[in-house]
Design a protein around this ligand. Structure first.
Ligand code: UD1
Length: 421
């Protein structure tokens, strides 16, 4: 197993190019299940989660070939299985994104239930109840969701009780091949959801309300689509993570190949904390703060502050001059990084879903353990300013979502090395 060794104290400088968004590429790869043609996805991040989903498609009978590390050629016309098995789904919850496309295309499928995960229970009840409203019969058998709709899914009016990102994506994809019109209310508006809608529109599906919380989708009646080649949008969470690296070391760095419009909540917080932000086309430059001020954060759905940036801002708050308050509203157990940060000397007090972060105490190096994808990046950020050499273990969590992580940090001047245990 690999771990990262980080010598704290270096100032960062220079530019780092941001990869395509993992959370956009995943639903877009699932979306290829609705295509009758072969298509290419470009700007695909070369990370473990993408390879896992590509493997799942291959298991279903599709051909998936990486032309280069960031270009995936997919042809799902040969799919002859509708079973997403436990071995793959347990590796990655987002495999659930095949449920809507498989069911709408084939009229039946068997997808393993994702289990719990480090950041909480994460149910999928909203995905299932929406599919039931569209006429599916759903049973849970031996850990599998066994879904059937022998004559295809039917359009329906669905109000999501909670805003769910993958739930919205699953049902939008299902609705695209359903018979009749589906009206979705309280849909997620994340840029990753919007890209799925835009690609469907470009594939001939009549879809109204893109980017709003209410969508009207006219299904194709199980007719497969001609989907054009897709360029995956930039990863706003990766970009935010590197901006936090600039911030925590109080350095001037630039992230390139980004879409700043997708990052307004994160940019606003960095500015509130005293950092300079300059946006120039697809580049964002962060400059040092005279005094790093504490922040107040409430994680919420887009366009609010993303829960996927909560851990990184907690690390950043450790160098602020005062007490920051972070209220995690989306996931009940997304504070796993707190006890690891405490091992580095952080003073963070938890009260339910609210964390008070006392900035200003000296951080020291330690052996720390990554617990989930974003929590792990918080440990790297803290290590950048800790005194001494920190070792971050279990970095397979990071490899799930950050492309060329140590290379990119090195490029910015960090003292970081990947080593084998
Ligand atoms: C997606 C992102 C993840 C991000 C999260 C929130 C992907 C692959 N993952 O996860 O990185 O942290 O959005 O922005 O895009 N819920 C239910 N029932 C459901 C579905 C969700 O109660 O059927 C609840 C969840 O427990 C959570 C909230 O709704 O409290 C939001 O979850 P959701 O948006 O579904 O997260 P994911 O799509 O799994």
């Amino acid at each position: 197993m690999h771990y990262l060794q980080i010598q704290g104290g270096a100032k960062l400088s220079g530019e780092v190019a941001i990869s395509g968004a993992k959370n956009a590429a995943l639903p877009l790869i699932a979306l290829t299940l609705l295509a009758k043609n072969e298509l290419k996805l470009t700007n695909v991040p070369n990370v473990a989660d993408i390879k896992t989903l590509a493997q799942l498609l291959v298991n279903l009978g599709a051909s998936c070939e990486f032309e280069d590390p960031n270009t995936l050629k997919v042809n799902t016309s040969s799919v002859n299985s509708t079973m997403a098995n436990y071995d793959i789904v347990r590796k990655m919850r987002a495999s659930i994104l095949t449920l809507g496309p498989l069911l709408s295309r084939f009229g039946h499928c068997e997808v393993s239930l994702p289990g719990g995960c480090a950041i909480g229970q994460r149910p999928i009840d909203l995905h299932l109840s929406a599919l039931e409203k569209m006429g599916a019969n759903i049973e849970i058998k031996q850990g599998y969701i066994v879904a059937s709709a022998p004559n295809g899914l039917n359009g329906a009016r669905i109000v999501f009780d909670k805003i769910t990102v993958t739930g919205s994506e699953n049902i939008i994809m299902a609705a695209a091949l359903a018979h009749g019109t589906t009206r979705l209310l309280n849909v997620a508006k994340e840029p990753e959801v919007v890209q799925v809608c835009e690609i469907l529109k470009a594939s001939g599906i009549n879809i109204e309300g893109i980017g709003t919380s209410e969508l009207v989708i006219e299904g194709s009646g199980q007719r497969l689509l001609t989907i054009p080649d897709i360029k995956v949008i930039p990863d706003r969470i990766e970009a935010g993570t590197y901006l936090c690296a600039g911030a925590i070391t109080n350095s001037k760095i630039t992230v390139t190949k980004v879409n700043a419009k997708h990052m307004l909540a994160v940019i606003a917080k960095l500015e509130e904390m005293g950092f300079g932000i300059e946006i120039d086309d697809d580049k964002i430059t962060i400059s040092p703060a005279k005094e790093i001020k504490p922040c107040e954060i409430i994680t919420t759905e887009y366009p609010g502050f993303p829960t996927d940036m909560q851990a990184q801002f907690m690390a950043l708050a450790l160098v602020a001059n005062g007490v920051s308050v972070i209220d995690e509203r989306l996931f009940e157990n997304r504070f796993m990084h707190v006890s690891e940060l405490a091992r580095m000397g952080a003073d963070i007090r938890l009260n339910g879903h609210i964390a008070s972060v006392y900035g200003g105490s000296e951080l020291n190096s330690a052996d720390v353990m990554a617990t989930d994808l974003r929590a792990s990046s918080a440990l790297i950020l803290a290590a950048l300013v800790a005194k001494g050499e920190t070792r971050v273990h279990r970095i397979y969590h990071l490899d799930r979502g950050y492309e060329n992580l140590e290379l990119k940090f090195k490029q910015l001047g960090a003292n970081i090395t990947r080593l084998e245990e």
